[in-house]
Design a protein. Sequence first.
Length: 249
Amino acid sequence: ENIVGKSNAIQDVDSKIKSIQGCEMNHAKTALSSASVISKNAIRKKVCIPSGLETYLKQPTVYGGIALAILYINVLSFGALMTAYLVWRKMSLVQIGLWRGISALIGLLGTSVYHCSVTKYSTEATGQWAITLQFTCLTVCYLSLYVTNNAFSLALLIGGVCTSRVGLYVFDISIVQIMQELVPDGARGVVGGIQESMNSFFFLISFVVALFFPDPKDFSILVATGYIGVGLSMILHTFGVFLNKNLRL
């Protein structure tokens, strides 16, 4: 009986030791998790990444959104910079206003083109041919700056800009559609706000570049900056959206 009593006592001691060890392990795990959370928060504070931007970067549509924002650096849009350049090229304000209106109408045609395209192809494929079309049109615009014949050069420039509006509008709509379908409801406001901020940021960059190159003779530099931006957008969309198997509507 003494032996049985001693064995029971030993078992009780072992169970108490195991329970104490389990409690210590739980406390250690809790401490480690708390330390990891604190370290992550410290890293975020150190890097200074805003919570809204962090939410934006976590979305599956981040590459498409960045590609859309970069397009705003392009000056070939009948905006203030291009209008000043055309005036310098001896084009009358009446002609510029006329071509601006035609460009806007062609751009609105892109909404119908988008509707026809998505009935046959996916939204990703629609965005891909749209950004490719815009890049091709801007290639013609960039090369037109080196044509010696003034009339032919202007015809290539204006024709390329007007045609590129179809690609721009279709690409814009396709990216917005992808965001509406893939971004969670609770994050759409944050993602949309960051997207508009990025659009404005790259639009501002075009004017900053113009500050460094204000001479109309250097307009080719502004065009080259936008041309490279559109090429980068095409690359981002190709590999981040079109060829991304995890991103399918």
